[in-house]
Write a protein of this length. Structure first.
Length: 145
């Protein structure tokens, strides 16, 4: 398919592959993807999905976002790309290795320490403790266990 051809129909594997080609990951995102794929149970977001998360966060002018399931930090990097510069991402995960990978991804990408909050625990444990109506967006990138 050439660049001048229209994109394939949405909802198809071919359409998803087309979208992925145009969602550019930074080198830090590529490194986060590589690390996440090496972790047990991790399925990092695809580039087109990540780009859509960034667009949604930007459209909401999100200042406060919760990400359930850190995916090694890749979804968080996409969300931070779309969030306001003063926005704070709260990433929660019940897997300490996933959180360590997310912390490394955020550090490697130069995310200021105050912009990302990493919380260990399952959604059932953590979500009830978060302030109601304090978040502009909640993303579930992992199993809701």
């Amino acid at each position: 398919m050439s660049a001048s051809q229209p994109p394939p129909a949405s909802g198809t594997a071919e359409g998803a592959a087309y979208a992925d080609r145009y969602a550019a990951e930074t080198p830090e995102m590529t490194a986060a993807r590589t690390r996440a794929l090496q972790l047990h149970g991790s399925q990092p977001v695809e580039p087109a999905t990540g780009a859509m998360l960034a667009v949604l966060a930007a459209g909401l002018e999100a200042r406060s976002v919760v990400s359930i399931g850190s995916g090694g930090g890749l979804a968080g990097l996409w969300l931070l790309r779309g969030m306001r510069p003063d926005g704070v991402l709260t990433a929660l995960d019940g897997d300490p290795e996933q959180l360590r990978a997310a912390r490394k991804a955020f550090t490697d990408a130069g995310v200021a320490p105050g912009r990302a909050r990493l919380i260990f625990g399952t959604p059932a444990e953590v979500l009830p403790r978060l302030s109601p109506a304090a978040y502009d967006m909640v993303v579930c990138a992992g199993p809701p266990r």
